[in-house]
Design a protein around this ligand. Structure first.
Ligand SMILES: CCCCCCCCCCCCCCCC(=O)SCCNC(=O)CCNC(=O)[C@H](O)C(C)(C)COP(=O)(O)OP(=O)(O)OC[C@H]1O[C@@H](n2cnc3c(N)ncnc32)[C@H](O)[C@@H]1OP(=O)(O)O
Length: 201
């Protein structure tokens, strides 16, 4: 498949960039981490509809995604309806943070974000942290304490860090904080296990 077709199929659209649905809080927090990235300590992680291992050139055949699947967090058409997010990676601090604005299609109780969508964002933020620092790994356990509900449309920072490795076991912790850092919405611990490849389970 030629790169242009690959691109035309929408597979190369980077969704981790500002769009019209982002609130001012979302833009402010995004710009804060873009600023922090200027000296290289943080790096924005691009986000596509499929898992595309981008090297210097795009490995079309090996990484050609199946057209009938999408990564869960990029499964909705329409900006701002579901998971609006962007991740930043800090290798030195062994941290991945996600700036996250839950959309109206993630509702639990009236006007509040469904806890399962918060769990998804915690799982994926810790997952990316584990993948980037410990290689291919899968969630073995995830424990979450939900402290304060998250209003739909509000902006939170999902802040994960790799605390320690024990053999193949990666132990991570994660906090979900309001964009001003004053409110702790949830906190979690996760265990990820290195795997050869999820498909070879
Ligand atoms: C540039 C690059 C871009 C890349 C761009 C990628 C984008 C990608 C987007 C997606 C980002 C991913 C984020 C989603 C991550 C998921 O959601 S993964 C899906 C959910 N998880 C699963 O389906 C996993 C299902 N479970 C399993 O497959 C297997 O149980 C596991 C986890 C692989 C472990 O099995 P195993 O390999 O046989 O290992 P096992 O011997 O059982 O256990 C190893 C050790 O861990 C311990 N252990 C295992 N399970 C547990 C447990 N639950 N509790 C405590 N200890 C445990 C064992 O006791 C053992 O300890 P030791 O005896 O060594 O001390």
């Amino acid at each position: 498949m030629r790169q242009t077709q690959f691109s035309q199929a929408g597979w190369l659209k980077d969704y981790a960039l500002p769009n019209a649905s982002w609130s001012q809080d979302m833009l402010n927090l995004y710009n804060k981490f873009v600023e922090k990235s200027k000296d290289g300590t943080w790096k924005r992680i691009p986000s596509y509809r499929h898992i595309i291992a981008l090297t210097n050139s795009i490995k079309l055949e090996a990484e050609k995604p199946r057209q009938d699947t999408r990564i869960f967090l990029r499964n909705l058409d329409g900006e701002g309806l579901g998971f609006e997010y962007v991740m930043f990676f800090n290798p030195a601090e062994k941290r991945v943070v996600t700036v996250y604005q839950p959309g109206p299609y993630l509702e639990g109780y009236d006007g509040f974000t469904h806890g399962g969508s918060t769990a998804t964002m915690i799982d994926t933020t810790c997952g990316i942290c584990s993948i980037f620092l410990a290689g291919k790994s899968m969630t073995a356990s995830l424990s979450i304490n939900f402290k304060i509900p998250i209003l739909l449309g509000s902006v939170v920072l999902v802040d994960s860090r790799l605390d320690r490795m024990e053999g193949r076991k990666a132990f991570l912790s994660c906090q979900v904080l309001s964009c001003d850092g004053q409110t702790l919405h949830a906190e979690a611990t996760a265990l990820f296990i290195q795997v050869a490849s999820p498909s070879q389970r």
